[in-house]
Design a binder for this molecule. Structure first.
Ligand SMILES: [Zn+2]
Length: 62
Protein backbone atom coordinates (compact mmCIF):
# COMPACT_ATOMS: atom_id res chain seq x y z
CA UNK A 1 0.00 0.00 0.00
CA UNK A 2 1.31 3.44 -0.89
CA UNK A 3 1.26 4.76 2.61
CA UNK A 4 3.68 7.50 1.72
CA UNK A 5 1.30 9.26 -0.61
CA UNK A 6 -1.47 9.57 1.96
CA UNK A 7 0.52 10.09 5.09
CA UNK A 8 0.61 13.54 6.60
CA UNK A 9 3.15 14.93 8.97
CA UNK A 10 2.94 17.86 11.30
CA UNK A 11 4.60 21.10 10.44
CA UNK A 12 6.63 21.53 13.65
CA UNK A 13 6.39 25.31 13.48
CA UNK A 14 2.65 25.94 13.10
CA UNK A 15 1.33 22.46 13.85
CA UNK A 16 -0.50 22.11 10.55
CA UNK A 17 -0.84 18.73 8.87
CA UNK A 18 1.28 18.69 5.75
CA UNK A 19 1.48 16.12 2.99
CA UNK A 20 5.16 15.49 2.32
CA UNK A 21 4.56 15.48 -1.44
CA UNK A 22 2.92 18.89 -1.29
CA UNK A 23 5.11 20.45 1.34
CA UNK A 24 6.40 23.88 0.41
CA UNK A 25 9.69 23.20 2.13
CA UNK A 26 11.60 20.45 3.84
CA UNK A 27 14.52 20.37 6.23
CA UNK A 28 16.67 17.63 7.61
CA UNK A 29 17.72 17.96 11.19
CA UNK A 30 19.50 15.39 13.35
CA UNK A 31 18.74 12.64 10.87
CA UNK A 32 15.03 13.35 10.62
CA UNK A 33 13.12 15.10 7.88
CA UNK A 34 10.61 17.81 8.67
CA UNK A 35 8.05 19.26 6.29
CA UNK A 36 6.59 22.73 6.25
CA UNK A 37 3.45 24.30 4.85
CA UNK A 38 5.37 27.37 3.69
CA UNK A 39 8.80 28.88 3.38
CA UNK A 40 7.92 31.16 6.26
CA UNK A 41 7.64 28.20 8.61
CA UNK A 42 10.81 26.67 7.19
CA UNK A 43 12.59 29.96 7.80
CA UNK A 44 11.48 29.98 11.41
CA UNK A 45 12.72 26.42 11.77
CA UNK A 46 16.09 27.41 10.31
CA UNK A 47 16.50 30.09 12.93
CA UNK A 48 16.10 27.74 15.85
CA UNK A 49 15.38 24.15 14.80
CA UNK A 50 16.02 22.68 18.21
CA UNK A 51 13.29 24.66 19.89
CA UNK A 52 10.69 23.27 17.51
CA UNK A 53 12.03 19.74 17.64
CA UNK A 54 12.18 19.73 21.41
CA UNK A 55 8.68 21.14 21.60
CA UNK A 56 7.43 18.28 19.50
CA UNK A 57 9.38 15.57 21.29
CA UNK A 58 8.43 16.63 24.80
CA UNK A 59 5.44 18.92 24.96
CA UNK A 60 5.41 21.43 27.75
CA UNK A 61 3.00 20.55 30.49
CA UNK A 62 1.35 23.20 32.53
ZN1 LIG B 1 3.49 25.99 8.81
Amino acid sequence: MPIETLETVKDPVCGMDVEPRKAAARREFEGRTYYFCSNVCAGSFDENPRSYVDKQASPTQK
